[in-house]
Design a protein around this ligand. Structure first.
Ligand code: GAL
Length: 375
């Protein structure tokens, strides 16, 4: 089964947009291995939009741009596979991709077959330029079946930005992940608006098909295609922790050939990745009646009878947040508490019951992993 846990990898769009090439992809695959990202769980190296010529060839096939990919896609796939990684590509459900390149509308089955021949393991499938008479969900059903009939196991990454109430039907198309929002850009506001918009929709995200709240901007520092101001290293850690708690796929968007130590530490944080990849794949439950403001407290069941309690402060000033254990199903009458460990500092904080008050810095968070214990 694909996507037992949220897929992890790298995607070219956030930093490089149309400036992609065989060389970039090969160097990125090298960097995945050399930096330890592969060993931390990152697996897919994905080319986004702008990889082909502007028109299909005479035989009707999409043609890889020979200036960008002189040896063709099979060569690149073999190289990436040789590094113990998987290869991802991109197409779109409409008549043209978002950047105006040929796209798979009415070519779904032949394109899927071609991707399989290339050795593709992952297809991101966008939603621009859909003919008005075509039904959005139907176009994802088409590509879902086309991939299944392609002769190769290919992870289906849908990208319709949350339209047509995507969470209600996308799992039935065979997709393993689905973009639920518009595009992220590299600043705290964009990142947090995207996360907040999905916090009450996480129950749809589970084993086999995950809510994808977009590629990470961690470590971009205002460089590249989606630069809009950048964030501090602490804010990037907040962003990463949030994506992990919300169980989003983790697709890196920065230039991993040129990362700071802080960026690498964030992207490979073992305890955060462990939460993202938790085998139970249960949704994060928002406390506070589902109202998502600057204070956000979430609770989540983890494998091995463990639990996650997390506090996120989207505001700029420090705030004291209070989790009432009644709201997580642990009233005083239960006689139970949670023995908690801070997953960022590693420190044991003892047994908490009834409630927990925590000062949380502006744009900061606290995350605790724990077990149920008798008081
Ligand atoms: C958007 C998509 C982005 C990127 C872009 C390429 O629709 O959300 O992630 O793929 O198209 O043109």
């Amino acid at each position: 089964m694909l996507a037992k846990t949220p897929p992890m990898g790298w995607n070219s769009w956030n930093t490089f947009a149309e400036n992609i090439s065989e060389e970039l992809l090969m160097e990125t695959a090298d960097a995945m291995v050399e930096t330890g990202l592969r060993d931390a769980g990152y697996e897919y190296v994905v080319i986004d939009d702008c990889w082909s010529l502007r028109e299909r060839g005479k035989d009707g096939r999409i043609v890889a741009d020979p200036a960008k990919f002189p040896h063709g896609m099979k060569y690149l796939a073999d190289y990436i596979h040789g590094k113990g990684l998987k290869f991802g590509m991109y197409s779109c459900a409409g008549t043209r991709t978002c950047a105006g390149y040929p796209s798979s509308f009415d070519h779904e089955f032949e394109d899927a077959k071609m991707f399989a021949q290339f050795g593709v393991d992952f297809l991101k499938y966008d939603f621009c330029n859909k003919p008005r008479r075509a039904d959005g969900p139907n176009l994802y059903h088409r590509m879902g079946l086309a991939l299944k009939s392609s002769g190769r196991e290919i992870l289906f990454s849908a990208c319709n930005w949350g339209s047509d109430k995507v969470e209600e039907w996308i799992r039935s198309t065979g997709a393993q992940m689905y973009r639920s929002t518009g595009d992220i850009t590299d600043n705290f506001r964009s990142m947090s608006d995207i996360a907040k918009s999905q916090m009450n929709k996480l129950a749809f995200s589970a084993q086999g098909c995950y809510n994808d709240i977009d590629m990470l901007v961690v470590g971009m520092h205002n460089r590249g295609n989606v630069a809009t101001g950048g964030m501090t290293d602490d804010e990037y850690l907040f962003h990463f922790a949030l994506w992990c708690a919300m169980q989003s796929p983790l697709m890196i968007g920065c230039d991993i050939r040129d990362m700071s130590d802080a960026t690498l530490r964030t992207l490979t944080h073992p305890e955060l990745i462990r939460i993202n990849q938790d085998a139970e794949a249960r949704p994060l439950f928002p406390l506070g009646g589902g109202k998502i403001g600057d204070d956000f407290i979430g609770f989540k069941h983890l494998e091995g009878n463990e639990f996650l309690l997390c506090f996120f402060n989207f505001g700029e000033r420090e705030r004291t947040q209070e989790a009432d254990f009644f709201d997580i199903g642990l009233p005083v009458a239960s006689g139970k508490g949670l023995a908690l460990r801070d997953i960022i500092t590693g420190g044991d904080i003892g047994v908490k019951s009834d409630y927990m008050r925590v000062p949380v810095p502006g744009h900061g968070f606290r995350m605790y992993r724990g077990k149920l214990v008798d008081l």
